[in-house]
Design a protein around this ligand. Structure first.
Ligand code: GLN
Length: 309
């Protein structure tokens, strides 16, 4: 790859000043905003390239929604999962409690807004029979798809999410009140708070992106982990809903399926080419990493990765 990543990071890092680290989850408020890192999984040359703060661990947050969706599909099948959660864009903030009311939705609009993610996690919590270890399953699957046996649950972040998660609690109880919830609310929320508090690096995310970009096959051992169909469906949803209200804008500007998290992470899957993981914790008003998106946009332009071209 003919790219001076260190120079690019140095040039883009000051952009983080335009954003703010998420503080509505108190344990995230103390993260140093002055960080920017990237890892690529290059499918053609079978190598990982890293630069900047690529080895720092950070909370995966909403990127866990991609993994929980893939795990729910693996367990229950695509048809069953999308009986309970839709695949529509929302036009509302990621944690909006209003979107279902206003649209008279009979199910959460997609699995990447919080209410849809809580629904997806509840499908794992109780798939037909009570699942005694839903989080252990998600954690094991996350280690596998991220090829990162060292990733772990940060208890402090988890407890902080749990303590301050009243908006998420209200979303889950809304689903219950409307008879849409099939599992118990509290274990579903607890599993959701835990999955958001898994600590990853840009390399873990580059590996996740690489499995999606490689049609569901882990490129490091050539074994299929998820079906081709679930990889395709997930990439489509990342394109239409992965960056919340900025999804349409970045579909135009970047044209690469991407999912963000309020920990400052971004995962992108450039089909048959690259898995990309980026980290920079200062966020814009929509909850996406400011410097991270700028770096992604610059790289997509330089490597000509827009899938619509
Ligand atoms: N844990 C966060 C929440 O529930 C995840 C949101 C996000 O990353 N956008 O609010």
């Amino acid at each position: 790859m003919n790219l001076d990543l260190n120079a690019l990071i140095e040039e883009i890092l000051p952009k983080q000043k335009e954003g703010k680290v998420a503080s509505y989850i108190p344990a995230l408020a103390s993260v140093d905003p002055n960080q920017l890192g990237i890892a690529f999984y290059d499918l053609k040359n079978q190598q990982i390239i890293q630069a900047g703060d690529s080895k720092t661990r950070f909370a995966i947050e909403s990127i866990s929604k991609v993994i929980a969706l893939l795990w729910a599909i693996k367990k229950l099948g695509i048809q069953e999962v999308f009986t309970y959660v839709g695949s529509r864009q929302t036009g509302f903030a990621f944690n909006s409690a209003l979107n279902m009311e206003i649209t008279h939705a009979k199910k959460p609009l997609n699995p990447f807004v919080n209410v849809g993610a809580i629904m997806t996690t509840s499908l794992i919590v109780q798939d037909k029979e009570i699942n005694p270890h839903p989080f252990a399953e998600i954690l094991a699957f996350t280690k596998e798809i991220c090829n990162d046996p060292d990733l772990y649950l940060d208890t402090q972040i988890y407890l902080s999410e749990k303590e301050t998660g009243d908006l998420n609690r209200s979303l889950a109880y809304y689903l219950k009140a409307k008879n849409m919830m099939i599992a118990k609310v509290e274990p579903s929320l607890d599993t959701y708070f835990k999955q958001c508090s898994i600590m990853v690096t840009t390399k873990s995310l580059a590996n996740l992106g690489a499995v999606l970009a490689n049609d569901g096959i882990k490129p490091w051992d050539n074994q299929r982990l998820i079906s081709s169909e679930s990889a395709t469906v997930t990439k489509s949803l990342m394109m239409t809903a992965g960056l919340y209200n900025q999804s349409g804008t970045y579909s135009r500007l970047i044209g690469v399926p991407t999912k963000s998290g309020v920990g400052g992470g971004l995962v992108s899957a450039a089909p048959h080419k690259f898995g990309i993981g980026i980290f920079s914790p200062a966020l814009n008003d929509e909850g996406n990493s400011v410097a991270g998106l700028a770096l992604l946009q610059s790289i997509v332009d330089k490597l000509d990765l827009n899938i619509f071209k």
